[in-house]
Write a protein that binds this ligand. Structure first.
Ligand code: SF4
Length: 337
């Protein structure tokens, strides 16, 4: 690719995304993802300007807790919680007092969102009743934090139940480009995931949807994935970077190279100017401290603090100090971005 074309895509993005708030197309995203390292600083700067212009300086902080860990019947090749692979993660349930304590600790960090996660294909009656009891107990504890859930694929009835429980946002990742999905998961389809997201949106819950970068997808498929997420139009997009998990089919995969990861963050922001773009799993391993700051200055405006499911994150206080240093205020509860 010539230097003039490179210059052109950043100039086009400046006009189209920054000025008009219109995300880049799949073809344009591919050009962005193919920009050389010599253009990276410029690209990140533009992505940061887009984020500041269309989202503002606030950062949304979220904590997550695993209500049911491990033993999942699905075969997502990246996941240490699949019961199909010989990974060291064992099936376990968290009790209600543990859930309440975790929500309280999350609220104390200043976080405004608390996500209850379960490793399942979809929830059964027992899981939904635990979630219902858990939310009730969190409220009885005087905790007003917003509750999100990530419980796999849903039926319409289950969507309605979660709305009735007061669940604010539902997380369900599309994981990767539609064309790459069958290489990553064989026990369900991308379209089944999309259908859950459609029902969630129609029922009035906020939609949180993203995926994992670094699962053998081509650069074309990264552009495809960003464009497909933009078409979905999530309220929040989670960006995970593969942490190769022992015992899973992807245990030998390389961690995404830091500059590639930053380029991908910027591309996702240029695909979706307005949603929360959240740094999730793999942040420490892929980016380290310096890269995390660069990501925060390259389009990201939401983070998960504390423990993330099966991988320990760095302490919440360290992330809050970083936001302070970057002069990015933590979004207050009930404030709309
Ligand atoms: S459905 Fe979720 S918990 Fe189950 S294997 Fe896939 S990613 Fe892991």
């Amino acid at each position: 690719m010539t230097a003039s074309v490179d210059t052109d895509i950043i100039a086009v993005a400046r006009e189209q995304v920054l000025e008009r708030g219109e995300g880049l197309s799949q073809e344009q995203l591919l050009q962005v993802l193919k920009l050389g390292d010599d253009r990276l600083a410029e690209l990140l700067q533009l992505a940061h300007e887009v984020r500041m212009r269309w989202c503002g300086p606030e950062v949304e902080v979220e904590g997550i807790v695993s209500l049911k860990t491990g033993g999942c019947p699905e075969d997502c090749h990246f996941c240490s919680q699949s019961g199909r692979f010989p990974s060291p993660v064992r099936s376990a349930w968290l009790d209600i007092p543990g859930l309440v304590r975790s929500a309280r600790e999350t609220r104390a960090t200043g976080a405004t969102e608390f996500c209850i996660v379960a490793a399942v294909r979809g929830p059964d009656a027992r899981l939904l009743s635990q979630v219902r009891e858990g939310i009730k107990a969190i409220r009885e504890d005087g905790n007003d934090i917003q509750i999100a859930c990530s419980l796999g694929m849903l039926t319409q009835e289950q969507v309605d139940e979660l709305v009735a429980m007061g669940v604010h946002r539902y997380n369900h990742n599309l994981e990767t480009a539609r064309s790459h999905f069958p290489n990553v998961v064989t026990t369900h389809t991308w379209e089944e995931r999309w259908e859950t997201l459609r029902m969630v949106r129609e029922a009035g819950m906020e939609v949180c949807c993203g995926g994992i970068i670094g699962m053998g997808e081509t650069v074309e498929q990264r552009a495809e994935f960003a464009a497909q997420l933009a078409e979905l139009g999530p309220d929040e997009c989670t960006m995970n970077f593969l942490i190769p998990q022992p015992g899973t089919p992807y245990e030998q995969y390389e961690v995404v190279e830091g500059r590639d990861a930053l380029r991908t963050v910027a591309a996702f922001r240029l695909a979706m100017p307005r949603p929360l773009l959240r740094f999730s799993g793999g942040r420490e391993l892929t980016f380290g401290d310096l890269g995390t700051k660069q990501g925060m200055l390259g389009g990201i405006n939401a983070i998960i603090v504390g423990n993330y499911l099966t991988n320990l994150g760095r302490p919440a206080a360290q992330d809050l100090e970083m936001l302070d240093e970057l002069k990015m205020p933590v979004k207050a509860l009930n404030q709309t971005l």
